[in-house]
Design a protein around this ligand. Structure first.
Ligand code: NAP
Length: 527
């Protein structure tokens, strides 16, 4: 486990003592240094003695009420009685006490106190007052967990963490607040929480302990750690955090890269809010690529031509520089392929000006690919499901368009590029082209990268076409971003291997998830 094992408090939350025992033992075996035991999850009469034989590290006892996002099933007097029993039981080194009850429960022996405030629906306007009042209470650590609903809430959470003079963990819940769980460590939080078992639905946005091994393998987060983020909506299934974080580790860069889900229309406010950290650079994805280009003070020529950016670099003067790395990644993927193919065939590599390209789709990816190919001199025809979108893009970029229904009848085609999501997980049995269109010698480039071997790519291979996969383009655009972020040129082959390794277990897990289709866990039915 990384993010410094000492910086993670694993959360064990099961409804049965037996399953709690299994997870406590397993967490200790995996090297957990500190665990929160969520007593409120236990549905039967709580018996601390049954858990004690499985103790392998210090424990924090928590009895969270439903109003604070917990599952305590009993009355408040019962809860406080059990809290007191936990304190004197000798089983726990730490106890979590909500701010409204903390003054009524006295410090006992060596048991340390987390005084906490939770708000699962909002980030209250008087959060600073709430925190200042908490600071007068007897605590070893203060915890603030709130739900941010707008970008400025994130700024207030980060600023609160930054001004803390006593040990404090302040973070936002949910996907929107996710980044602040990590930034809290930069500004002195003693630990962040992570679910031992990510399927338990313990708290919105809570990472799992395993995520620190697979997705965030950074050694530790401290005051000098730089932050990078993937800004988009959705961001949940992106491979970019895995790629960038593993590369940071391999290249010994003190940095972490986290997903940051920002709803459409909120990019400027989100960028302003996160200046409180600040975030050193962003990968930008749907639906913010155009807004990112507009927001930047300066852009590279590719972002200017395409009118969209997939990268934002934060400069020392606080302004942003926008880049489009999809554009060069697409051309390089094709150029490298054409050169290797020509070399293998013992012929001169063709110039783009000799080639006719059919591009399927008229969205953001198509825009970057077409602009790049046109500039390289290729003869491009766009075909897209919505004819008006294809016609407009063709007019804007100066190429031809054809009806979606007529895409199989273009008179000349050397290269076909799929820029639609057709064939992407989970609809892996779909292809944007009839297999009969795929003739030997044709170059088939599918920008879809999950899975790498889409039906279109498989059809193309079996019909004697040569192929370029979306993985190639994805790796190249990520490598260019990494270079902009760090000044280091990462090895493409290492990144390719990282992505393939990352994709195989995830693809498997996704397939299993689909198969289960909402199946319940062993002991969590109805939870
Ligand atoms: P986008 O802006 O949403 O555009 C998607 C395009 O595909 C639109 O023209 C859309 O047509 C069309 N489309 C969607 N579903 C379709 C269907 N079932 N049949 C036919 N056409 C369909 O998305 P984007 O940003 O361009 O991304 C498109 C794909 O490119 C992504 O799914 C991703 O796999 C790939 N991509 C790959 C990389 C890489 O590095 N490898 C980078 C960027 C994107 P309408 O206008 O009719 O909706």
């Amino acid at each position: 486990m990384s993010v410094g094992p000492d910086q993670v408090c694993g959360v064990v939350a099961r409804t049965r003592h037996k399953m709690m025992q299994v997870e406590l033992r397993e967490a200790a075996a995996r090297g957990a240094k500190f665990l929160e035991v969520r007593i409120d999850f236990l549905t039967k009469a709580v018996d601390f003695k049954r858990l004690l034989p499985f103790k392998g590290c210090p424990w924090l006892a928590t009895f969270r009420r439903p109003v604070d996002g917990g599952r305590w099933p009993g009355t408040e007097p019962e809860r406080q009685t059990l809290l007191r029993q936990a304190i004197v039981s000798g089983a726990f080194e730490w106890i979590d006490l909500e701010t409204d009850i903390a003054d009524g429960i006295r410090r006992f022996g060596p048991v340390k106190r987390v005084v906490s405030y939770h708000n699962t629906t909002a980030t209250p306007e008087n959060l600073d007052d709430i925190y200042d009042a908490m600071l007068k209470q007897d605590a070893d650590v203060y915890k603030i967990a709130v739900m941010p609903t707008k970008p400025d809430d994130l700024r207030r959470i980060v600023e609160l963490q930054k001004r803390a003079t006593k040990p404090t963990i302040a973070f936002g819940m949910g996907e929107f607040g996710f980044v602040t769980r990590f930034t809290s460590l930069k500004f002195g939080a003693p630990w962040i929480y992570a679910a031992f078992n990510k399927e338990r639905g313990i708290a919105p946005g809570l990472p799992s302990m395993d995520d620190f091994r697979t997705t965030y393998p950074v050694k530790a987060i401290g005051p000098n750690t730089k932050f990078f983020a993937l800004l988009g909506d959705p961001v949940g299934h992106s491979f970019s955090p895995i790629l960038h974080n593993h590369m940071f580790r391999r290249k010994k860069v003190d940095a972490v890269y986290v997903p940051f889900r920002v709803p459409e229309g909120q990019l400027p406010e989100a960028l302003d809010a996160m200046n409180a950290v600040p975030i050193s650079g962003y990968s930008v994805t749907i639906p913010h690529k155009e807004a990112a280009a507009v927001r930047a003070k300066e852009s590279d020529p590719m972002a200017r031509i395409v009118g969209a950016a997939n990268t934002l670099q934060h400069r020392a003067d606080g302004t942003f520089f926008a880049a489009n790395t999809d554009y060069p990644a697409a051309v390089e993927s094709l150029r490298t392929h054409l050169d290797a193919k020509a070399l293998a065939e013992g012929v001169k590599p063709p110039e783009f000006s000799q080639l006719f390209v059919l591009v399927l789709g008229a969205g953001g990816a198509a825009r970057a690919v077409i602009a790049a190919l046109m500039r390289a001199g290729a003869h491009v025809t766009i075909s897209s499901r919505t004819a008006e979108r294809a016609d407009n893009l063709a007019e804007e970029l100066g190429c031809k368009s054809c009806d979606w229904a007529a895409r199989h009848n273009v008179p000349q085609c050397d290269i076909v590029v799929n820029c639609t999501p057709v064939g992407m997980h989970p609809k892996v049995d779909e292809s944007p082209l009839h297999a009969s269109f795929l003739k030997p010698g044709l170059v088939v480039f599918d920008t879809v990268y999950n899975p790498e071997h889409t039906l279109l790519i498989r059809d193309a291979e079996s019909r004697g076409c040569s192929i370029v996969t979306g993985v190639d383009m994805f790796i190249r655009q990520a490598a260019k971003q990494f270079e902009l972020f760090t000044g280091i040129t990462p090895p493409l082959e290492e990144m390719r291997e990282l992505l393939r390794n990352a994709m195989s277990p995830l693809t498997k897990a996704m397939a299993e998830e689909t198969e289960k289709s909402g199946g319940m866990g062993d002991d969590e039915a109805g939870a």
